[in-house]
Design a protein around this ligand. Structure first.
Ligand code: CU
Length: 169
């Protein structure tokens, strides 16, 4: 009982920070090609038109790599976005590219940079797997698989209030 209450408090404290998304620890599937390692790839469950995908990209090479585009069969368009807080409102802005310096890992995560999926051709349910192709400035391409996860959070604390999970982009 006590532990449960502590957990609740932790959840409530964490929610604003995570902007409603708690990425669950999932299967550690990694994708590697030519010195680029992509891990923790997931997409937000969504019943609406848009969603977002997140991942960690590690540059194991000696030279900087630049992610310039992402494509996927499940959406009309995929864009690289960044998120900023402007006057207390979260705003997204398209990015031309995401640079990964040699030896470093760049994380695309809720509240930060992400792959915006625009015009979903189908709803994304938890547990589904979707394909994404990452394209880099030097022509390299890496095909990865994202697991669809529920962006649990905001609606979780309202126990018994319908329990519908929606994605908000
Ligand atoms: Cu976005």
């Amino acid at each position: 009982m006590k532990a449960f209450r502590v957990l609740l408090v932790l959840l409530v404290l964490a929610l604003p920070v995570l902007a409603g998304a708690v990425p669950p620890a999932g299967a550690a599937e990694t994708f590697r090609a030519d010195g680029i390692l992509v891990s923790d790839v997931w997409a937000r469950a969504s019943k609406v038109r848009n969603s977002a995908a997140y991942m960690a990209i590690t540059n194991e090479g000696e030279e900087a790599v630049r992610l310039v585009a992402v494509s996927t069969p499940i959406a009309k368009r995929a864009e690289l976005h960044t998120t900023r807080i402007v006057d207390g409102v979260m705003k997204m802005r398209p990015l031309k590219a995401i640079d990964i310096p040699p030896g470093e890992t760049v994380r695309l995560e809720p509240g930060g940079r992400h792959v915006m999926l625009l015009g979903l051709r189908q709803p994304l349910g938890p547990g589904e797997r979707i394909g994404l192709t990452l394209r880099f400035a030097d022509g390299r391409e890496i095909a990865v698989t994202a697991e669809v996860r529920r962006a649990s959070g905001m609606r979780m604390k309202m126990k018994g209030s319908g329990g519908g999970t929606r994605a908000d982009g």
